[in-house]
Ligand binder design. Structure first.
Ligand code: F6P
Length: 361
């Protein structure tokens, strides 16, 4: 009999509930107990936020987006924003309390579902003696070693649907539509949705772009009697010699800057450099919403079940990963070393270039 605790950390991604579903069922079949910590590590600090999970509690959740456990992007327990007696917010290291409660509550292990930030935190707990298994989640698909993270396929499908819808309005008004998509410092969402959604230009962080080249592509379209263009820009894309456009750091305790604004900037530059009517839109959190696609659902269920098998084998400190279509385990440490970027010889880049998509380089 084992007592397993699950947590979901960082930005939500479609498929989180499917992982929880698989973990609960796989543990139940082994006669183990499962608990869920609400909002990242809050359950380890407040017993009322630690939920017992049974198959009844997770009925049909595999098809639902978001996470039944809640999540937070400012939930680093090693630097948690806490109000002091004077009402000021301070960053406090709550890890000793979490370790103490993890042991006191009698857990055998912790299945941490998260992106690089949450898995880095899980890895720090692993070094403090917590038995941790990681599950790779993020719509950005930027985790190393695993071929895919769950959430990515759904985000790409949503972005592609939106691009499909933009063509008719762009064409009716002879406009340039600039669409900003998520992905942080990686261009995976922009690349996959841009190719599939018929973009003329895709701008990604891995290829610094030149606006003159972008405008040449738009002018070229005009010459070929195509009077509208679709530009997909990743939120972390950068102009040659320029800087990432962000909205600053946001709330205290948040690890990363809030990206955003590049789409509108690109649109206004195109407007000034050409005589084209231009509009921009930001797909934003729509990409994180909705029911997971079949691919993400299945991947998330496979990850959850594989995580429980790792618990059984006691392969702790590891993350489940999809490598060449197979479930495997890799040290969490390896997975979080760097972020997975689009390589310039990736066949999707080559495909895009072959079918005439411009990267602004
Ligand atoms: O990492 C997932 C992600 O959706 C990024 O693509 C995006 O930059 C970020 O999270 C947005 O975070 P938040 O939900 O805190 O605005």
């Amino acid at each position: 009999m084992k007592k397993v605790v699950i947590s979901t950390g960082g930005g939500d991604a479609p498929g989180l509930n499917a992982v929880i579903y698989a973990v609960v069922h796989a543990c139940y079949r082994r006669g183990w107990e499962v608990y869920g910590s609400r909002n990242g590590y809050t359950g380890f600090l407040d017993i009322d936020e630690m939920l017992r999970l049974t198959p009844q509690d997770v009925e049909e959740i595999y098809a639902i987006g978001g996470t039944i456990l809640g999540s937070t992007s400012k939930g680093n327990p090693f630097a948690k924003p806490v109000k002091n007696l004077a009402g000021e917010i301070q960053l406090v290291d709550t890890s000793p309390k979490i370790m103490q409660n993890y042991k006191r509550m009698g857990f055998d292990c912790h299945i941490a579902i998260g992106g690089d930030g949450s898995l880095e935190i899980a890895n720090r707990f692993s070094k403090l003696g917590m038995k941790v298994i990681g599950v790779p989640k993020t719509i950005d698909n930027d985790l190393m070693i695993t071929d895919r993270t769950f959430g990515f396929d759904t985000a790409v499908s949503t972005a592609t649907d939106c691009l499909d819808k933009l063509h008719s309005t762009a064409k009716s008004h002879d406009r340039v539509m600039v669409v900003e998509v998520m992905g942080r410092d990686s261009g995976w969402i922009a690349l996959y949705s841009g190719i599939s959604g018929g973009a003329d230009v895709i701008l990604i962080p891995e290829i610094p772009f030149d606006l003159e080249v972008v405008c040449e592509k738009i002018a070229d379209n005009e010459l070929r009697d195509k009077h509208y263009s679709i530009v997909v820009v990743a939120e972390g894309a950068v102009a040659k010699g320029g800087q990432v456009i962000s909205k600053g750091k946001g709330e205290l305790g948040r690890e990363e800057v809030i990206l955003g604004g590049i789409g509108e900037w690109v649109a206004s530059e195109i407007r000034h450099r050409s005589d084209k009517d231009t509009r921009s839109l930001v797909l934003g959190h729509l990409q994180r919403g909705g029911s997971p696609t079949t691919f993400d659902r299945l991947l998330a269920l496979r990850f959850g079940a594989a995580a429980v098998r790792l618990v059984e084998e006691e392969t702790f400190g590891h993350m489940v990963a999809l490598v060449s279509s197979k479930m495997t385990a890799v040290p969490i440490e390896e997975a979080i070393k760097t972020r997975k970027k689009v390589q310039l010889d990736n066949d999707k880049i080559l495909t895009a270039r072959d079918i005439g998509i411009c990267f602004g380089d």
